[in-house]
Design a protein around this ligand. Structure first.
Ligand SMILES: *[C@@H]1O[C@H](CO)[C@@H](O)[C@H](O)[C@H]1NC(C)=O
Ligand SMILES: *[C@@H]1O[C@H](CO)[C@@H](O)[C@H](O)[C@H]1NC(C)=O
Length: 490
C-alpha cells in the first residue's frame, strides 16, 4: 500500500475509534491499527465503512501507509503500553517523524519521552484530550505539548478535529516537553473541584432546605442561565431529574462512595511538590477519600452527634442567591489556584505557557467547559502577565460582590453541621491571600524555640541589632546553647 494517510492511530477502543471518525469527517485520511487485528477489520467493515480510513495489520504496515513526516497518535493505556508501542514504532520511523501520546499519561513520563525521542531525531508530543467519548467523536479539547517542531505538522489536523467555540478551535500549542499532559492534569484537578462544589450546593439545598431533587434541578437550571452556565451544571440538572422506574430519583439510590485516582491526586501532589496552595483541588480529592470510608462513617454517624438542622426561617430566595454566589466565588478561587499552579510549573520546568490560550482550549469540548472560561480568556488576553486571576478587574469585582453571600452560606452551614470542605477552603484561602500579616511569625518563633531554625525580621525593624538578610536565633528560655540548626528542618 502506498503512503496515503495523513495520520495514523493506534488503539481502537471507543475513544480511538471516535477520534478517527472525527478526523475522517474533517477531511483527513486516517490509518487505524490495533494489536488485536480482528478489531481493525471489524472497524473497517462497520463504523469506518465508506470513510477515508485505511486499516493496518502490523506496525510496519501502519508506518508504510503514512505520508512523511509520519504522525502517529497512541491512544493506549497510560504506562508501559505507551513505551512498548514507541519501541515497536521506532524501527519503521525516520528522523522528523512524530509520535503523539493522546492518552492519560502522567506528565513526567511525557517529559522523559520527549527527551528520549529527541535524542533519536524523533518528535514526541504528549497531548491531553478531554471530552470523553462524545468529545472525541464531535470535537474534544486537545492540549498538545512536547517537541515544538512537531506543531506546524499537526496543527491543521488537531485544530480542525477539536471543538470550536465562536469560530476558534479548543486546541493550541501548550508548550514544551510534558506541558500538554501537565495542563490536562490541572484541567482534571479543576474538574474535581468543580464537581465537589456542585455536590456541596446540592447537599445544602437537600439537607439544609429539605428540597427534593426535582426542586434542586430547577434551581440549577436557573443557575445554568447565569454566571455558572457550564457543562457540569447542565449534566447535574439532568441527573437530578432522572428517575428510576419506580419514580424515585436515581441519585438517591447511588452508594455515596467516590473513588479518586490519577489526575486529581496528581494535581494535589504536584501542588505540594511545588509548594503552591491549591487547596480546593486538595479538598476535593480528600472529600472523595472521606466518602470512600463509608462503613466507618456509618459507625461514626451513630456515636458522633451534631446540631439539629432547624427549619430555615430567613429569606429563602436570598439564601439561594447567596449559594449561587458562594459557588461562583469558590470557583473563581479554584481557577485562580489552578493558574497559580501552572505559573509555578512553567517557572520550575522552564516552559512557556500561554494562559489565555489554555483558557481558550478549555472553553469548549472538555468537561469543565463554561461561560466562565471565556471570562478567564479575556482576563489573560488583556494582560498575559496577570499575576493572579483575582487581580483582574472583572474577577476582582465579581468576588467582592459575591463575598457577603459566600460568608453567610459558610456561617449557616457550619451552624447546621453540613460539611462544605470546598466552599470553606476557598474562603479561607481568599482570607489568607488578602491578609498582609499572617500568624506565620509565631510559627517561625516556635520553630526557632524548639529547633533553633532561625527567623528573619520585618524590614521596619532593621537596626544595629537586626540586619537585612540576617538569620536571627534567640535563646528563648535563657537555657541551652545558641547554636542554630541549619542541617535539619521541622
Ligand atoms: C485493541 O482492541 C482491544 C479490544 O477492543 C482493546 O482492548 C485494546 O485496548 C486495543 N488497543 C490496542 C493498542 O491494541
Ligand atoms: C496565546 O494564545 C492566544 C490564543 O490562542 C493567541 O492569540 C496569542 O497569540 C498567544 N500568545 C503567544 C505569545 O503565543
Amino acid at each position: 500500500m502506498s503512503a496515503v494517510a495523513d495520520i495514523g492511530l493506534i488503539g481502537l477502543a471507543v475513544m480511538g475509534q471516535n477520534l478517527i471518525l472525527n478526523m475522517a469527517d474533517k477531511g483527513f485520511t486516517v490509518a487505524a491499527y490495533n494489536r488485536t487485528t480482528s478489531k481493525v477489520d471489524h472497524f473497517l467493515e462497520n463504523e469506518a465503512k465508506g470513510k477515508s480510513i485505511v486499516g493496518a495489520h502490523s506496525i510496519e504496515e501502519l508506518c508504510s501507509q503514512l505520508k512523511t513526516p509520519r504522525k502517529i497518535i497512541l491512544l493506549v493505556k497510560a504506562g508501559d503500553a505507551v513505551d512498548s508501542f514507541i519501541d515497536q514504532l521506532e524501527p519503521f520511523l525516520e528522523k522528523g517523524d512524530i509520535i503523539i501520546d493522546g492518552g492519560n499519561s502522567h506528565f513526567p513520563d511525557s517529559v522523559r519521552r520527549t527527551a528520549a525521542l529527541e535524542k533519536k531525531g524523533l518528535l514526541f508530543v504528549g497531548s491531553g484530550v478531554s471530552g470523553g467519548e462524545e468529545g472525541a467523536r464531535h470535537g474534544p479539547s486537545i492540549m498538545p505539548g512536547g517537541a515544538p517542531d512537531a506543531w506546524p505538522h499537526i496543527k491543521e489536523i488537531f485544530q480542525k478535529t477539536a471543538a470550536q467555540v465562536d469560530g476558534q478551535p479548543c486546541c493550541d500549542w501548550v508548550g514544551e516537553s510534558g506541558s500538554g499532559h501537565y495542563v490536562k492534569m490541572v484541567h482534571n484537578g479543576i474538574e474535581y473541584g468543580d464537581m465537589q462544589l456542585i455536590t456541596e450546593a446540592y447537599d445544602i439545598l437537600k439537607r439544609g432546605f429539605g428540597m427534593s431533587e426535582g426542586e434542586i434541578a430547577a434551581v440549577f437550571e436557573t443557575w445554568n442561565k447565569g454566571v455558572l452556565d457550564s457543562y457540569l451544571i447542565e449534566i447535574t440538572t439532568e441527573i437530578l431529574k432522572y428517575n428510576d422506574d419506580d419514580g424515585v430519583p436515581l441519585v438517591t439510590k447511588i452508594l455515596d462512595s467516590a473513588s479518586q485516582k490519577g489526575t486529581g491526586k496528581w494535581t494535589a501532589v504536584n501542588a505540594l511538590d511545588l509548594g503552591m496552595p491549591v487547596t480546593l483541588i486538595g479538598e476535593a480529592v480528600f472529600s472523595r477519600c472521606l466518602s470512600s470510608i463509608k462503613e466507618e462513617r456509618v459507625r461514626a454517624s451513630k456515636v458522633l452527634g451534631g446540631p439539629q438542622i432547624e427549619a430555615f426561617t430567613g429569606d429563602k430566595k436570598q439564601f439561594i442567591d447567596d449559594l449561587e454566589q458562594a459557588l461562583y466565588a469558590s470557583k473563581i478561587v479554584s481557577y485562580a489556584q489552578g493558574f497559580m499552579l501552572m505559573r509555578e510549573a512553567a517557572k520550575e520546568y522552564k516552559w512557556n505557557l500561554n494562559y489565555s490560550g489554555i483558557a481558550l482550549m478549555w472553553r469548549g469540548g472538555c468537561i469543565i467547559r463554561s461561560v466562565f472560561l471565556g471570562d478567564i480568556t479575556s482576563a489573560y488576553t488583556k494582560n498575559p502577565n496577570l499575576e493572579n486571576l483575582l487581580f483582574d478587574d472583572f474577577f476582582n469585582k465579581a468576588i467582592h460582590k459575591a463575598q457577603p453571600g459566600w460568608r453567610r452560606i459558610i456561617a449557616q452551614t457550619a451552624l447546621w453541621g453540613i460539611p462544605t470542605p470546598a466552599f470553606s477552603t476557598a474562603l479561607s484561602f481568599f482570607d489568607g491571600y488578602r491578609t498582609e500579616r499572617l500568624p506565620a511569625s509565631l510559627l517561625q518563633a516556635q520553630r526557632d524555640y524548639f529547633g533553633a531554625h532561625t527567623f528573619r525580621i520585618l524590614p521596619q525593624f532593621y537596626s544595629d541589632k537586626y540586619a537585612e538578610g540576617q538569620d536571627v536565633h534567640v535563646n528563648w528560655t535563657g537555657r541551652g546553647g545558641n547554636v542554630s540548626a541549619s542541617t535539619y528542618s521541622a
